[in-house]
Design a protein around this ligand. Structure first.
Ligand code: F6P
Length: 419
């Protein structure tokens, strides 16, 4: 019968559990009976707080080793039973970093094929964010934040000493989880679930992303570019209107640029969402206009006509003298989006960006022709709401201030959908 085990592999903080949940949700959406068997959940039930001691993970600590083997065995047994009773895809969510452990899995689960999915992610910023989040879990309640972080890092070090990459296993894929990218694979050709899982792994999955541009600034009024100007009174009113509009919406993460106008726009909303986390990412700083920073468009036209001519001829590819082009911006904005989505995991997030930044962000979802990207309309009183999952494709622009703004958001009832 076409059933499949999926066993996650990788050090802590590499996105295994998020990917496991996505695979589960994606397959369930197709009517495939899928369940996650998480070793961490069993460990917390069986050993409780003892497992916050990093030495529990020391491969030379026989108590810890035996306990972890028992947990693994128990999960394999449960998964096997569940498969015998009608389950179709069982996902084993654990580190499984040693070859020995994986051989044990392969030799125990002989009823159906096992596909190993190894998750890697070398982005230190993401790893730090993950460790900080772990340090806040209830199991670390007795630790200070610093102690919890140190303990978790030690745990990772222990795993590193026994970590071996996949190679001899029968079926596997190696995934860069920060980029949703498969780096290498040994496909399980016979399984109809393999292509379905593969598709989930490589898809950009966005549950709920709100993308707003900062409110009006003094520079916007003057037609001046770049710099770090504050909001005008109108800009502050727009920020308040945004907060008001978002009041009843769940927003767990807010990403800003490092610029004042982005922070000032997010501020009222953060007051209304006190549990939301906020992070400033340089990747979302506005296009760097180099020698033209802080200049008026009219000044550029008069004093540097070659800049205007260059932009008119190829706005996407044109690079400001000592500055950036939209084409260059692509890479850092893509990295910023990856970071934001990875950090927020699948929770609703808001990005407060800038005109050029939001154009590039939108182009990453819209598959726009590059020549049109630098002209995408990015108003300061509307935001984009994007939701792309296997079962939902929403892409809408919602006014939140000004005459078109609905008192109560009707956008979700009558969305503008592009799929
Ligand atoms: O004018 C506001 C602004 O955010 C500038 O800081 C930036 O240089 C510009 O928009 C980007 O838009 P465009 O590429 O159309 O000039």
């Amino acid at each position: 019968m076409d059933k499949l085990y999926v066993a996650m592999v990788g050090l802590p903080g590499r996105g295994k559990s998020t990917l496991a949940r996505r695979i589960r949700d994606g397959l369930l959406a197709e009517g495939i009976e899928t369940k996650i068997f998480n070793n961490g959940d069993v460990r917390r039930q069986l050993v409780g707080n003892e497992s916050t001691d990093p030495d529990f993970y020391d491969p030379n600590n026989s108590f810890g080793r035996q306990a972890r083997e028992l947990i693994c065995r128990r999960n394999l047994e449960e998964a096997r039973e569940w498969m015998a009773g009608g389950g179709e895809v069982a996902i084993l969510d654990a580190t499984n970093v040693s070859r020995e452990r994986r051989q044990y899995i392969e030799s125990t689960l002989t009823d159906y094929p096992v596909v190993f999915i190894e998750c890697v992610n070398e982005d230190q910023l993401l790893l730090n964010a993950f460790i900080r989040r772990k340090a806040e879990l209830p199991e670390y309640a007795a630790f200070t934040k610093e102690q919890a972080i140190a303990s978790f890092m030690k745990r990772i070090e222990h795993y590193e000493t026994i970590y071996e990459h996949l190679s001899d296993e029968k079926y596997w894929m190696l995934v860069d989880t920060s980029a949703n990218r498969i780096l290498a694979e040994q496909p399980c050709e016979s399984s109809p679930y393999y292509p379905a899982i593969r598709e989930i792994v490589v898809s950009t999955w966005v549950n709920s992303l709100y993308l707003a541009r900062h409110g009006q600034t003094e520079f916007n009024v003057q037609g001046r570019i770049g710099g770090d100007p504050p909001l005008t009174a109108k800009g502050r009113a727009q920020a308040k209107a945004l907060a008001e509009h978002m009041r009843d919406k769940q927003i767990d993460w807010v990403f800003t640029s490092t610029r004042m106008r982005s922070h000032e726009t997010a501020a009222p909303l953060l007051e209304d969402h006190p549990t939301a986390r906020v992070m400033a990412l340089r990747e979302f700083d506005e296009i760097w206009a180099g020698d033209c920073e802080n200049m008026l468009y009219s000044e550029i036209r008069e004093k540097m006509p070659e800049v205007r001519a260059g932009r008119n001829a190829d706005k996407y590819g044109y690079m400001y003298p000592n500055g950036e082009s939209y084409a260059i911006l692509q890479n850092r904005v893509r990295r910023g989006l990856r970071r934001a989505l990875f950090i927020a995991r699948d929770a609703p997030l808001l990005i407060v960006g800038h005109q050029a930044i939001n154009r590039v962000l939108l182009s990453l979802f819209l598959r726009q022709r590059t020549e049109d990207v630098p002209y995408i309309h990015v108003p300061q009183n509307q935001y984009y709401h994007i939701s792309l999952t296997p079962t939902r494709k929403i892409f809408e622009r919602v006014p939140y201030s000004g005459p078109k703004a609905a008192k109560n958001d009707t956008s979700l009832k009558d969305p503008q959908i592009y799929s």
